[in-house]
Design a protein around this ligand. Structure first.
Ligand SMILES: CC(C)(COP(=O)(O)OP(=O)(O)OC[C@H]1O[C@@H](n2cnc3c(N)ncnc32)[C@H](O)[C@@H]1OP(=O)(O)O)[C@@H](O)C(=O)NCCC(=O)NCCS
Length: 139
């Protein structure tokens, strides 16, 4: 596990290409990396943007032949550590309504659904999920 560096744009694009039908180019990741941060680990990464005490997960994926080995969970755990260390109040994300694997993972980290964006992914809705942190929570 390590933090994502500016030089990682090509590897992020490669992992993303293997993970989503609507993939993002290396040059797009270069642009994102000017304002985003994240973590990369064994065929997966999580990329986020922070504004004051809030974080938005921009994208999160693991290549298909490395899935179901706990890599996604470890990336979310790393983000939890970052959130505690940086006094983050909430993390938001959008997930496709039929993505049961991702929703299962998020719920296990106390993300809760807070809104629906109708047809956000063409024919599918997006569920907006939020992970709230409280002052008395500890790792
Ligand atoms: C979501 C994703 C990042 C998870 O990565 P991963 O490394 O496979 O995740 P993990 O192995 O840590 O955990 C997978 C969990 O989902 C569960 N799972 C697997 N298939 C499932 C299914 N069809 N329905 C519900 N849960 C499922 C596993 O049992 C495991 O849960 P557990 O730890 O409680 O047993 C990966 O599936 C992925 O890249 N998907 C495509 C891109 C994507 O959907 N990204 C999220 C966009 S919001």
């Amino acid at each position: 596990m390590r933090t994502i560096q500016n030089e990682d744009a090509a590897i992020l694009a490669s992992i993303h290409y293997q993970s989503f039908e609507d993939s993002w180019s290396s040059s797009y990741f270069q642009q994102l990396l000017k304002t985003c941060f994240g973590f990369i680990n064994d065929g997966g990464f999580i990329l986020c943007r922070q504004a004051c005490e809030e974080i938005e997960i921009i994208t999160f994926c693991v290549i298909p032949n490395m899935r179901n080995k706990g890599i996604g969970r470890s990336l979310l755990h790393q983000l939890e550590l970052y959130a505690y260390e940086n006094k983050i109040s909430s993390i938001f994300l959008e997930v496709q309504s039929d993505n049961s694997t991702a929703q299962h993972l998020y719920k296990s980290f106390n993300y809760i659904p807070v809104a629906i964006r109708k047809n956000y992914y063409g024919t599918h809705d997006a569920i907006v999920m939020k992970r709230a942190f409280y002052n008395n929570e500890s790792m």
